[in-house]
Design a protein around this ligand. Structure first.
Ligand SMILES: Nc1ncnc2c1ncn2[C@@H]1O[C@H](COP(=O)(O)OP(=O)(O)OP(=O)(O)O)[C@@H](O)[C@H]1O
Ligand SMILES: *[C@@H]1O[C@H](CO)[C@@H](O)[C@H](O)[C@H]1NC(C)=O
Ligand SMILES: *[C@@H]1O[C@H](CO)[C@@H](O)[C@H](O)[C@H]1NC(C)=O
Ligand SMILES: [Mg+2]
Length: 339
């Protein structure tokens, strides 16, 4: 900050002398000029201005929950439960100055239902650059931790990275994608960071955010959604309590979930299990419209219908849920747009 204030002052003075050379001669005006320059200095050393030019770690600044709510409301389709949990969890955590442990979210659901998408929204609301921020770290187990025989190397590396990044910025965000394909041993390596410790080797992790993404439990969530639909109940009436117990038990018992046998669950280190519901025809349609809009094309109803219908739906008889969620919408759209 001191460096910034210094250069700000110089910048302010040079600016004034450049545009008002006469000021330098008249003592009265010079006094005025210095006054204005110091005002400018104050402005330039003001964190919001400085951090507009150089990315800063977000220390105290609370989250704009209106903006997060707006993004969730307008960009994420068909996920009323995830929306509600994420908004509460993230807003609450960011506005609490005395958090006792990092925020740990575990996102579960069928493919293409918005898990990576919501992680991006969360990241962008905390750091403007989102996933490109130097304070946001995305690890994909199938890319970064591919070989089981290197487990010990990965463990050491990951611990060093987490420690290094959190020391540099307490409000660091770590996203672990494809958790169901991660070696359980690796998760045990990061477990100490998620716990209720004031400090681990002199570093406090209490302001960090950990987000785990997986398909584990996706089939159970789909089953509950389907039962709901079959009894004629509205999807939006589904509540967290209908899913949360099934989810943590189901995930725990799934040997391929990556969370299996890790003591994350029995030690209650995961603050929220966030379920993602399978997407229906109407949600896929919304994705198609959003994609057209993002590309700046006109929203031709015929193309919208054609693309939405081209996606495949399950179960075989009812055909309610999209097999791939919204995941292949952009590719399908490419086939229907005349270049
Ligand atoms: N619920 C949703 N609302 C709006 N767009 C969505 C939604 N779900 C998916 N999409 C769109 O589809 C793309 C792919 O979704 P995303 O990568 O988030 O799926 P995922 O849940 O991570 O799937 P996987 O389990 O296969 O990794 C997103 O980038 C987004 O454009
Ligand atoms: C929060 O975000 C909303 C919507 O983007 C915006 O209108 C408002 O000015 C923001 N509030 C603050 C305090 O930045
Ligand atoms: C922070 O994490 C990244 C991986 O996202 C790693 O490359 C980098 O070395 C880490 N920084 C420190 C200081 O450990
Ligand atoms: Mg994903």
């Amino acid at each position: 900050m001191e460096v910034a204030a210094g250069s700000g002052f110089r910048f302010g003075l040079v600016f004034l002398l450049l545009f008002y050379p006469s000021l330098a001669v008249e003592p009265l005006s010079l006094g005025l000029a210095i006054g204005v320059a110091s005002a400018l200095t104050g402005y330039l050393s003001y964190p919001r201005f400085y951090c507009g030019m150089v990315e800063c770690c977000r220390q105290e600044e609370p989250l704009n929950s209106t903006a997060l709510q707006f993004d969730l409301q307008n960009k994420l389709f068909g996920q009323h439960l995830a929306k509600e949990v994420i908004l509460k969890a993230v807003t609450g955590f960011m506005s609490n100055q005395n958090t006792k442990k990092p925020l740990v979210l575990s996102l579960h659901g069928w493919t293409g239902t918005g898990k990576n998408f919501i992680s991006k929204i969360i990241s962008e609301n905390i750091y403007e650059k989102g996933l490109n921020s130097k304070y946001v770290h995305l690890f994909v187990s199938t890319i970064h931790f591919q070989h089981d025989k290197r487990l010990n190397l990965y463990k050491d590396q990951l611990q060093a990275w987490i420690r290094g990044n959190v020391s540099a910025c307490a409000r660091s965000i770590f996203i672990f994608d494809e958790m169901d394909k991660m070696h359980p041993g690796l998760l045990d390596a990061i477990k100490p960071f998620l716990d209720y410790y004031e400090q681990v080797d002199g570093v406090s992790y209490q302001k960090a955010v950990f987000i785990f993404l997986s398909n584990a439990g996706g089939d159970l969530i789909t089953q509950v959604a389907l039962d709901f639909w079959k009894t004629g109940k509205k999807r939006e009436d589904m509540q967290l309590k209908d899913l949360e117990p099934i989810l943590s038990v189901g995930v725990f018992n799934n040997k391929n979930s990556g969370l299996w046998h890790s003591s994350l669950i029995d030690k209650n280190l995961i603050d929220y299990f966030v379920p993602f519901l399978p997407l229906e025809y109407k949600h896929v349609k919304m994705c198609v419209i959003a994609e057209l809009q993002a590309r700046g094309y006109i929203k031709d109803p015929e193309i919208i219908t054609r693309v939405t219908e081209e996606m495949t739906y399950f179960p075989k008889t009812e055909k309610i849920y999209s097999d791939k969620g919204c995941k292949t919408v952009p590719a399908k759209l490419d086939l229907h747009i005349e270049l």
